[in-house]
Design a protein around this ligand. Structure first.
Ligand code: TYC
Length: 110
């Protein structure tokens, strides 16, 4: 019998071999921390404005995050999906460049 004929004769038959169903691969998409880096030149009030306008933090929380970055070297502005994090980083770095400040924003997987 040809190979093709054998396949056709098997159609719809149960040969007694139990096939375990593959476990569903349902991982949550990764989240990303958006981080501000400290530098010696960007004015504190500019950093606070960035946090208020681009990250929608209150004045109090923005001041707290800015001071954390100032004293510790870096700090988290927020945690987002990859697309949103990429946009926040780009907006922040562009806004800093437009205003001639060396402020840098980066992202890392949470
Ligand atoms: N270190 C800056 C200063 O003394 C202030 C600053 C804070 C800069 C946070 C960047 O991400 C930053 N003017």
């Amino acid at each position: 019998m040809s190979d093709q004929r054998k396949h056709i004769s098997q159609l719809g038959k149960d040969d007694g071999v139990a096939l375990k169903e593959a476990a569903p691969k349902l991982k949550q998409p990764p989240l990303y921390k958006v981080l501000l880096l400290n530098d010696d030149y960007t004015p504190m009030d500019f950093v606070v404005k960035v946090l208020e306008t681009l990250f929608h933090l209150s004045r109090e929380k923005s001041t707290q995050v800015m001071l954390h970055v100032h004293t510790r070297g870096m700090g988290v502005c927020g945690v987002y999906s990859k697309d949103v994090a990429e946009t926040k980083v780009e907006q922040t770095n562009q806004y800093a460049r437009d205003n001639n400040h060396p402020l840098k924003c980066v992202m890392e997987e949470a």
